[in-house]
Write a protein that binds this ligand. Structure first.
Ligand SMILES: Cc1cc2nc3c(=O)[nH]c(=O)nc-3n(C[C@H](O)[C@H](O)[C@H](O)COP(=O)(O)O)c2cc1C
Length: 216
Protein backbone atom coordinates (compact mmCIF):
# COMPACT_ATOMS: atom_id res chain seq x y z
CA UNK A 1 0.00 0.00 0.00
CA UNK A 2 1.25 3.48 -0.75
CA UNK A 3 0.34 6.57 1.24
CA UNK A 4 1.23 10.13 0.39
CA UNK A 5 3.31 11.84 3.10
CA UNK A 6 1.71 14.75 4.96
CA UNK A 7 2.53 18.30 3.92
CA UNK A 8 5.30 19.86 6.02
CA UNK A 9 2.94 22.39 7.56
CA UNK A 10 4.26 23.57 10.95
CA UNK A 11 0.83 22.83 12.42
CA UNK A 12 1.12 19.24 11.24
CA UNK A 13 4.76 18.83 12.21
CA UNK A 14 5.26 15.60 14.06
CA UNK A 15 8.10 13.55 15.31
CA UNK A 16 8.71 10.35 13.46
CA UNK A 17 7.82 9.39 9.95
CA UNK A 18 5.27 7.88 7.61
CA UNK A 19 5.75 4.73 5.56
CA UNK A 20 5.24 4.31 1.82
CA UNK A 21 5.34 0.60 1.23
CA UNK A 22 5.25 -1.67 -1.78
CA UNK A 23 3.87 -5.18 -1.39
CA UNK A 24 5.89 -7.05 1.20
CA UNK A 25 8.44 -9.66 0.19
CA UNK A 26 10.50 -12.22 2.03
CA UNK A 27 13.36 -9.94 2.89
CA UNK A 28 12.02 -6.51 3.78
CA UNK A 29 14.29 -3.56 3.14
CA UNK A 30 13.50 -0.38 5.04
CA UNK A 31 14.72 2.84 3.46
CA UNK A 32 14.49 6.17 5.25
CA UNK A 33 13.87 9.25 3.08
CA UNK A 34 15.17 12.58 4.36
CA UNK A 35 14.32 15.72 2.41
CA UNK A 36 16.26 18.97 2.63
CA UNK A 37 13.24 21.10 1.75
CA UNK A 38 10.76 22.02 4.49
CA UNK A 39 8.27 23.35 1.93
CA UNK A 40 4.76 21.89 2.14
CA UNK A 41 4.70 21.24 -1.61
CA UNK A 42 8.35 20.25 -1.97
CA UNK A 43 9.07 18.68 -5.33
CA UNK A 44 12.14 17.01 -3.88
CA UNK A 45 10.11 15.34 -1.14
CA UNK A 46 7.83 14.09 -3.90
CA UNK A 47 10.86 12.28 -5.38
CA UNK A 48 10.99 10.27 -2.13
CA UNK A 49 7.26 9.60 -2.37
CA UNK A 50 7.82 8.34 -5.91
CA UNK A 51 10.72 6.18 -4.73
CA UNK A 52 8.25 4.51 -2.34
CA UNK A 53 5.77 3.99 -5.16
CA UNK A 54 8.38 2.51 -7.50
CA UNK A 55 10.15 0.43 -4.84
CA UNK A 56 10.45 -3.26 -5.65
CA UNK A 57 8.52 -5.84 -3.69
CA UNK A 58 9.41 -5.95 -0.01
CA UNK A 59 11.05 -2.52 -0.03
CA UNK A 60 9.56 0.43 1.86
CA UNK A 61 10.45 4.12 1.95
CA UNK A 62 9.63 6.00 5.13
CA UNK A 63 9.89 9.79 5.00
CA UNK A 64 11.20 11.66 8.03
CA UNK A 65 10.01 15.24 8.45
CA UNK A 66 12.89 17.60 9.34
CA UNK A 67 10.61 20.48 10.32
CA UNK A 68 10.89 19.95 14.12
CA UNK A 69 14.69 19.59 14.09
CA UNK A 70 16.31 22.57 15.86
CA UNK A 71 19.59 24.13 14.76
CA UNK A 72 22.57 22.20 16.06
CA UNK A 73 23.89 23.65 19.30
CA UNK A 74 26.53 21.83 21.33
CA UNK A 75 25.22 23.40 24.54
CA UNK A 76 21.75 21.98 23.89
CA UNK A 77 23.24 18.61 22.94
CA UNK A 78 25.12 18.49 26.23
CA UNK A 79 21.77 18.66 28.07
CA UNK A 80 20.57 15.63 26.07
CA UNK A 81 19.38 15.41 22.47
CA UNK A 82 16.05 17.19 21.80
CA UNK A 83 13.15 14.79 21.23
CA UNK A 84 13.03 15.45 17.48
CA UNK A 85 16.74 14.77 17.15
CA UNK A 86 16.46 11.55 19.14
CA UNK A 87 13.61 10.52 16.81
CA UNK A 88 15.76 11.29 13.76
CA UNK A 89 18.67 9.27 15.06
CA UNK A 90 16.39 6.35 15.96
CA UNK A 91 14.80 6.38 12.51
CA UNK A 92 18.22 6.33 10.82
CA UNK A 93 19.46 3.57 13.12
CA UNK A 94 16.38 1.44 12.34
CA UNK A 95 16.67 1.90 8.57
CA UNK A 96 18.70 -0.31 6.25
CA UNK A 97 19.61 2.69 4.08
CA UNK A 98 18.90 6.38 3.68
CA UNK A 99 17.91 8.30 0.55
CA UNK A 100 18.54 12.03 0.84
CA UNK A 101 16.44 14.38 -1.29
CA UNK A 102 18.76 17.29 -1.96
CA UNK A 103 17.29 20.54 -3.27
CA UNK A 104 19.89 23.15 -4.19
CA UNK A 105 20.03 26.57 -2.54
CA UNK A 106 22.80 28.83 -3.86
CA UNK A 107 24.72 25.87 -5.25
CA UNK A 108 24.67 24.03 -1.90
CA UNK A 109 22.51 21.56 0.00
CA UNK A 110 19.94 23.33 2.16
CA UNK A 111 20.79 24.35 5.70
CA UNK A 112 18.00 22.08 6.97
CA UNK A 113 19.61 19.01 5.43
CA UNK A 114 23.16 19.84 6.53
CA UNK A 115 21.89 20.60 10.03
CA UNK A 116 20.12 17.23 10.29
CA UNK A 117 23.25 15.41 9.15
CA UNK A 118 25.33 17.34 11.68
CA UNK A 119 23.04 16.23 14.52
CA UNK A 120 22.96 12.63 13.27
CA UNK A 121 26.73 12.49 12.92
CA UNK A 122 27.25 13.01 16.64
CA UNK A 123 28.33 9.91 18.55
CA UNK A 124 26.70 9.09 21.88
CA UNK A 125 30.19 8.49 23.32
CA UNK A 126 33.62 8.64 21.64
CA UNK A 127 33.90 4.85 21.48
CA UNK A 128 30.50 4.34 19.76
CA UNK A 129 29.97 4.98 16.04
CA UNK A 130 27.33 7.44 14.85
CA UNK A 131 24.08 6.15 13.36
CA UNK A 132 25.38 7.25 9.95
CA UNK A 133 28.58 5.23 9.95
CA UNK A 134 28.53 2.34 7.44
CA UNK A 135 24.89 3.05 6.54
CA UNK A 136 24.18 2.78 2.78
CA UNK A 137 23.07 6.15 1.38
CA UNK A 138 21.89 7.55 -1.94
CA UNK A 139 20.88 10.98 -3.20
CA UNK A 140 18.02 12.28 -5.34
CA UNK A 141 17.48 15.89 -6.28
CA UNK A 142 16.01 18.22 -8.82
CA UNK A 143 15.95 21.92 -9.45
CA UNK A 144 16.96 24.39 -12.14
CA UNK A 145 19.12 24.05 -15.21
CA UNK A 146 21.89 22.11 -13.50
CA UNK A 147 19.65 19.69 -11.65
CA UNK A 148 21.32 20.14 -8.21
CA UNK A 149 24.66 18.63 -9.28
CA UNK A 150 26.58 21.28 -7.32
CA UNK A 151 24.60 20.66 -4.14
CA UNK A 152 24.90 16.91 -4.59
CA UNK A 153 28.69 17.16 -4.99
CA UNK A 154 28.92 18.94 -1.65
CA UNK A 155 26.52 16.50 -0.01
CA UNK A 156 28.69 13.59 -1.19
CA UNK A 157 31.67 15.16 0.59
CA UNK A 158 29.64 15.51 3.78
CA UNK A 159 28.42 11.91 3.58
CA UNK A 160 31.99 10.68 3.04
CA UNK A 161 33.02 12.56 6.17
CA UNK A 162 30.29 10.76 8.15
CA UNK A 163 31.47 7.41 6.72
CA UNK A 164 28.15 6.64 5.07
CA UNK A 165 28.39 4.13 2.20
CA UNK A 166 27.40 6.14 -0.86
CA UNK A 167 25.54 4.33 -3.63
CA UNK A 168 26.19 6.50 -6.67
CA UNK A 169 25.92 4.18 -9.66
CA UNK A 170 22.59 5.84 -10.51
CA UNK A 171 22.60 9.66 -10.57
CA UNK A 172 19.25 11.35 -10.02
CA UNK A 173 19.98 15.05 -10.64
CA UNK A 174 16.92 16.28 -12.47
CA UNK A 175 17.19 19.51 -14.47
CA UNK A 176 14.08 21.61 -14.99
CA UNK A 177 12.20 19.74 -12.28
CA UNK A 178 9.27 22.14 -12.11
CA UNK A 179 8.55 21.72 -15.84
CA UNK A 180 8.48 17.96 -15.53
CA UNK A 181 5.80 17.60 -12.86
CA UNK A 182 2.02 17.51 -12.85
CA UNK A 183 -0.38 19.74 -10.90
CA UNK A 184 0.35 17.72 -7.75
CA UNK A 185 4.09 18.14 -8.15
CA UNK A 186 4.65 14.52 -9.12
CA UNK A 187 7.14 13.63 -11.86
CA UNK A 188 5.64 13.16 -15.31
CA UNK A 189 8.88 12.74 -17.30
CA UNK A 190 9.23 8.98 -17.88
CA UNK A 191 13.01 9.11 -18.15
CA UNK A 192 13.20 10.86 -14.79
CA UNK A 193 10.74 8.42 -13.22
CA UNK A 194 12.83 5.50 -14.50
CA UNK A 195 15.93 7.02 -12.88
CA UNK A 196 14.18 7.21 -9.51
CA UNK A 197 13.03 3.59 -9.93
CA UNK A 198 16.57 2.47 -10.82
CA UNK A 199 17.97 4.26 -7.80
CA UNK A 200 15.60 2.66 -5.31
CA UNK A 201 16.34 -0.72 -6.91
CA UNK A 202 20.10 -0.07 -6.58
CA UNK A 203 19.69 0.81 -2.91
CA UNK A 204 17.69 -2.36 -2.23
CA UNK A 205 20.28 -4.46 -4.10
CA UNK A 206 23.10 -2.93 -2.06
CA UNK A 207 21.32 -3.62 1.23
CA UNK A 208 20.64 -7.22 0.25
CA UNK A 209 24.23 -7.77 -0.97
CA UNK A 210 25.51 -6.37 2.30
CA UNK A 211 23.27 -8.73 4.27
CA UNK A 212 24.39 -11.70 2.22
CA UNK A 213 28.04 -10.77 2.75
CA UNK A 214 27.48 -10.46 6.50
CA UNK A 215 26.16 -14.04 6.82
CA UNK A 216 28.69 -15.70 4.48
C1 LIG B 1 17.44 30.56 -1.42
C2 LIG B 1 17.25 29.75 -2.66
C3 LIG B 1 18.33 29.50 -3.46
C4 LIG B 1 18.18 28.70 -4.61
N1 LIG B 1 19.28 28.37 -5.34
C5 LIG B 1 19.17 27.48 -6.33
C6 LIG B 1 20.33 26.97 -6.99
O1 LIG B 1 21.45 27.33 -6.69
N2 LIG B 1 20.15 26.04 -7.96
C7 LIG B 1 18.89 25.57 -8.31
O2 LIG B 1 18.79 24.70 -9.17
N3 LIG B 1 17.78 26.05 -7.71
C8 LIG B 1 17.90 26.97 -6.73
N4 LIG B 1 16.78 27.39 -6.08
C9 LIG B 1 15.48 26.92 -6.53
C10 LIG B 1 15.08 25.65 -5.78
O3 LIG B 1 15.98 24.61 -6.05
C11 LIG B 1 13.69 25.26 -6.20
O4 LIG B 1 12.82 26.21 -5.63
C12 LIG B 1 13.29 23.89 -5.78
O5 LIG B 1 12.04 23.60 -6.30
C13 LIG B 1 13.25 23.75 -4.28
O6 LIG B 1 12.99 22.43 -3.94
P1 LIG B 1 11.59 21.96 -3.34
O7 LIG B 1 10.56 22.06 -4.44
O8 LIG B 1 11.86 20.55 -2.96
O9 LIG B 1 11.26 22.87 -2.20
C14 LIG B 1 16.90 28.20 -4.96
C15 LIG B 1 15.81 28.50 -4.14
C16 LIG B 1 15.98 29.25 -3.00
C17 LIG B 1 14.79 29.50 -2.09
Amino acid sequence: MIRTPPAADPKNAKLGAQTLTSASGNQPVQILGICGSLRAKSLNRNLLTLAGELAPQGVSVEIFDLLPIPLYNADVERQGAPEAVAALKAAIAAADAVIFACPEYNASPTAALKNAIDWASRRPTPDVASVLADKPAAIVGGGGRRGTVRAQAQLKQTLASTRMELIDDVEVALAGLRGNTDENGMLTNQEYRDLVGSLVQAVADQVREKRAAAVS
